[in-house]
Design a protein around this ligand. Structure first.
Ligand code: NAP
Length: 676
């Protein structure tokens, strides 16, 4: 049998394994299938290449350019996913496991590509939050911004998701504009290597944007600087060793840790046998125990069940686990494959023995179980193992021992407070779930347990058909957790991109802030265009380009007509005495919507032109009522431009509507789509 040589990709070159290489065995057969690692890898050269070649190239692009790049990478991987599936079986993963790892990773890239286009600007600086008024007259203001770190992101990943584990970090890193050096866990690095190769071969990435370490990383972390970031996923033990290195601490190097955790699921007090929630709970637990042979950081390790339903859950869950066919993951009939390695299997058995000190094993015998199509003694197979802890209050190890395999412990609770106490005994987790149809229970658990968990997942009969599963981190939602889970946070949409950027508070005049943020700030210079702004194409419009309308008088007849035409005969517009009794109005006033409609009529250029559609209106505020007989005028300014596709882009206009003296009556942002 040929042993595959798993290469690293360093400073633009593929480097074969050399001295210090480690053998990698198939999870299914136990045979050595690959070798990875090379002590001679020039880690300083890799860092320099990322910082000096990859970083500047990425930073020269806008968020939108980088989002397009991520989409192209996802498409490239998607085209070759069969090759990734084929390789992945040797890690012990089944086809449905591949869907989570490979398709899940590709899906994550697509979500980031789309969020980058929709939620980030076509610019190099990201504005974080709103303007802050720092002065009375608005000549000195504040704005938080984020710019990409000027170093490199070192991603150290766990073995269980060789593709998703890389892509969920790579997408936000590249979107931020930061180059990455990926170091997958050696046991499954052959799958990651292929995914990296596909991405590099696609030609989408600038040189230096992506490098790969297969095998050991040497002393790379000792050469990091304040502009670098380490994103670590793995065990708490490794995280502690790496993050507490003096060099990391002395230089305040960012270290994001996603580590093991004792995730829990609560069966709600309302979810008695016979309810859809009871069945759903059993289904979710069975899935979490057996997917990836339980090697999921988010898997349910502890179950909290009403005391009087413990026996029923054990019975129904055991029957379900009994139907889980274990075997060669390439077989269609296999529902659970092997653990990644013999070492991992030994580790799980050791941890199961620790759980056994405080809990009774009520399902699954590692000495006696069926394996279909493979040799149970050679492959890293284990059966699902269910433990029951009768004294969860005095027990400790069931709350702190992570058996990273198909292992879970059930424990009874008296009431919701007790369930909360038990769930929090995990000392911080990635996710806790509650299967309940009672919103009051959901709220109580959120208040009692929210601070201990990175994610709370509620499911019941209403959401079960569309729910995504207790154990699935989603690119839109944050993944990570406090305490035992590592204290880190990843993804969560654009939040995930910020882990690779520096937030900086900017203070200055409106003109300074406009120039930095590439969006017009009230008080900044106005630009007079050569013609009405609605006659100008997307590309012709400048930020700050402004139209001042002529004034228009608002008459009582206008108010009457508008009221009867629309049916909005609210008393403040119709009844002078009643309006006067209201603390906000001096008497009968114009409808706010009448003012908006007049404003549109005042600034419109009616002929066919580059404005294709009015797509919305944001941040509308009415500040001062307008009475009959008063005149209004409008200022329309190009605030921001966001390309949407090759044909048109969104123009965000700042609109201020004032009385004749210039006092603000209404302010809002108008959105239009303008052709290029
Ligand atoms: P691990 O043994 O801690 O290894 C994690 C990563 O660290 C691997 O890439 C490993 O590389 C690397 N590593 C180990 N020692 C290192 C060192 N001295 N310097 C630099 N890198 C080093 O964890 P694992 O066994 O791969 O993964 C299982 C654990 O990960 C479980 O505890 C699980 O809960 C956790 N996990 C957490 C998440 C999450 O998102 N929170 C996700 C998945 C898994 P080598 O393989 O080359 O040693």
């Amino acid at each position: 049998m040929t042993i595959q040589q798993i290469n690293s990709f360093a400073a633009g070159e593929w480097i074969a394994p050399g001295a210090g290489a480690r053998n990698i065995a198939s999870a299914v057969t136990g045979d050595v299938i690959a070798s990875a690692g090379n002590n001679a890898l020039d880690v300083q050269g890799m860092l320099d290449y990322a910082r000096n070649v990859g970083g500047p190239a990425l930073r020269a692009l806008t968020f939108h350019d980088r989002a397009k790049m991520i989409k192209a990478l996802a498409l490239a991987i998607s085209k070759q996913k069969q090759a990734l599936y084929d390789l992945s079986f040797a890690t012990g993963a089944t086809q449905s496991d591949h869907m989570i790892d490979i398709d899940g990773g590709i899906g994550t890239m697509f979500v980031f590509a789309s969020k980058g286009r929709r939620e980030m600007p076509d610019a190099q600086i990201y504005l974080d939050g709103d303007l802050e008024q720092l002065s009375r007259h608005g000549t000195f203001m504040g704005q938080h911004i984020c710019t990409p770190l000027q170093g490199v992101a070192v991603h150290i990943n766990a073995f269980n998701f060789p593709v998703w584990g890389m892509l969920e970090k790579l997408a936000p890193t590249l979107l931020a504009g930061v180059p990455a050096i990926v170091k997958p866990a050696t046991n499954s690095c052959y799958v990651t290597e292929l995914a990296v190769k596909i991405m590099l071969d696609s030609g989408v990435l600038p040189a230096g944007a992506l490098q790969l370490v297969s095998g050991g990383i040497g002393d790379m972390l000792d050469h990091l600087t304040l502009q670098d970031v380490v994103s670590f996923t793995g065990s708490a033990q490794t995280a502690l060793a790496l993050r507490s290195a003096p060099h990391i601490l002395e230089n305040s190097i960012r270290f994001v840790a996603e580590q093991d955790s004792l995730n829990a699921s609560i069966l709600g007090p309302d979810a008695a046998p016979g309810t859809p929630e009871f069945d759903l709970f059993v289904k979710e637990v069975q899935r979490e125990m057996t997917t990836k042979a339980g090697q999921k950081c988010t898997a349910i390790r502890r179950m909290m069940v009403p005391e009087n339903h413990v026996d029923a859950v054990i019975k129904v869950l055991s029957a379900r686990l009994d139907k889980t066919q274990i075997g060669d993951p390439t077989l269609d009939t296999t529902r659970m494959g092997a653990l990644v390695s013999g070492g991992q299997k030994r580790d799980v058995l050791e941890k199961a023995a620790i759980l056994g000190q405080e809990a009774e094993r009520v399902y699954g015998d590692p000495e006696n179980f069926n394996v279909d199509g493979a040799d149970a003694n050679k492959g890293a197979f284990l059966p699902p193992m269910l433990f029951h802890c009768a004294n969860p209050d005095t027990a400790q190890r069931v709350h702190d021992t992570e058996a990273f395999g198909p292992v879970s412990t059930i424990m009874g609770y008296r009431d919701v407070d007790h369930a909360i106490e038990l769930v929090n005994k995990g000392q911080g987790s990635l996710v806790a779930s509650v299967i309940t149809h009672d919103p009051a229970v959901a709220r109580e658990v959120t208040i009692g347990a929210g601070a201990f968990h990175g994610r709370l997942y509620f499911n019941n009969r209403d959401s079960m058909k569309e729910s995504t599963g207790h154990g699935s981190p989603l690119p839109h939602m944050v993944h990570g957790g406090p305490g035992r889970a590592g204290g880190g946070e990843e993804m969560g949409g654009v939040r995930g991109v910020m882990h690779y950027m520096q937030r900086t508070a900017i203070q200055g005049s409106p003109d300074i802030l406009t120039a930095i943020g590439e969006q017009w700030v009230p008080g900044a210079a106005e630009i007079k265009g050569p013609s009405h702004p609605f006659t100008r194409k997307f590309g012709e419009l400048s930020i700050g380009e402004t139209l001042h309308t002529d004034p228009r008088i608002v008459t009582l007849e206008d108010i009457e007509t508008f009221a009867h035409f629309t049916g909005d005969t609210f008393y403040a517009h119709m009844d002078d005495a009643a309006a006067k009794r209201n603390p906000f109005f001096p008497g009968r006033v114009a409808h706010g919507y009448l003012l908006l409609s007049f404003a549109a009529g005042m600034f419109v250029e009616p002929n066919e032109g580059p404005v294709l559609a009015n797509t919305g209106l944001d941040n509308l505020r009415f500040m001062k009522p307008i009475e009959a007989g008063e005149s209004i005028k409008v200022r329309l300014t190009v605030k921001k431009k966001t390309p949407r596709n090759d044909e048109y882009g969104e123009v965000r206009w700042h609109v201020s509507l004032t009385d004749i003296e210039g006092e603000l009556a209404a302010e809002y942002e108008l959105l239009t789509m303008n052709s290029f």
